[in-house]
Design a protein around this ligand. Sequence first.
Ligand SMILES: CC(C)(COP(=O)(O)OP(=O)(O)OC[C@H]1O[C@@H](n2cnc3c(N)ncnc32)[C@H](O)[C@@H]1O)[C@@H](O)C(=O)NCCC(=O)NCCS
Ligand SMILES: Nc1ncnc2c1ncn2[C@@H]1O[C@H](COP(=O)(O)OP(=O)(O)OP(=O)(O)O)[C@@H](O)[C@H]1O
Length: 277
Amino acid sequence: MRALKLHELSLADRLADLAVDALIDEADLSPKPALVDRRGNGAHSDLHLGLMHASALSLWPMFKEMAEAAIEFGEVGLPLREALGRIGREGEQAMLTTTNGVNTHRGAIWALGLLTAAAALEPRAVTLTAAKLALLNDRYAPQPMSHGAQVAQRYGARGAREEAQLGFPSVVQRGLPQLHRSRQQHAGEQNARLDALLAIMTDLADTCVLYRAGPEGLLAMQQGAQAVLDAGGSATLGGRRQLHALDLQLLALNASPGGAADLLAACLFIDRLDGAL
Ligand SMILES: CC(C)(COP(=O)(O)OP(=O)(O)OC[C@H]1O[C@@H](n2cnc3c(N)ncnc32)[C@H](O)[C@@H]1O)[C@@H](O)C(=O)NCCC(=O)NCCS
Ligand SMILES: Nc1ncnc2c1ncn2[C@@H]1O[C@H](COP(=O)(O)OP(=O)(O)OP(=O)(O)O)[C@@H](O)[C@H]1O
């Protein structure tokens, strides 16, 4: 059989590859505080690494379809936004079928779905284009009382929707600059990714944490992540000690930063877009 050459893959194929790679790299990254990683299931009794991998792979056709829809519609507008909503909901069903009903990647479908479509449309203004898509109101989206909606109501928190509508400030202003800084300081790729996750955690209103552990959990997450970075980051002995303490503290609070994990995947996706298209 003739080997498939890279340039024979369509843009949509390559974007779907990048999105799934970002999810797999996020899941594999270890040691992440209280999240599923190579060591175990963190604060999640219903999740494990194999399930995260299977879920990520199940989303490949969905990401491809989102990129194809963006290419076909060719511009930001309600028709594309509503097509993405439909494809995203179908992807969510594919995920739930694969995981037997467990929510592995709901937030990631939202963030990476918008970014994949945006990359197909405007590769030089990805977060801005994703924000414009997120600002459009999908008339067919159901309005369930999700965990995010419940804590938004209770604490007035800014959740996944607002993060996208603002152009992913946690990724653009925190995650990506930290990823580049730690690489420059020769932290090593895995440590640089951990530092990027921690930088995202310092300032995020992660609705997973708020739902599970309230404002006390959120403060512990933000201050603990800052303490690791202040101690020199994941590549240093002091930083590792703080990271271990943060892991134990978040586990004790059952406070898993799932939103931050999704945004790390978004960060890795954007980082790889440069030079890949
Ligand atoms: C907007 C979404 C994320 C729903 O948000 P909501 O806060 O109501 O729901 P939920 O509690 O299920 O949270 C979603 C997930 O977002 C992640 N998250 C949590 N906090 C944050 C945050 N501050 N920033 C970013 N992501 C976060 C978490 O992983 C969480 O599991 C989305 O799932 C949605 O509307 N889906 C409908 C289908 C659709 O339109 N898809 C379009 C794909 S482009
Ligand atoms: N490595 C990871 N480990 C754990 N969660 C992750 C990881 N990567 C991403 N996530 C995100 O975290 C979310 C899971 O969080 P959580 O289990 O709190 O969601 P839930 O189903 O809304 O709540 P609960 O399990 O409390 O009923 C997923 O939506 C997923 O997007």
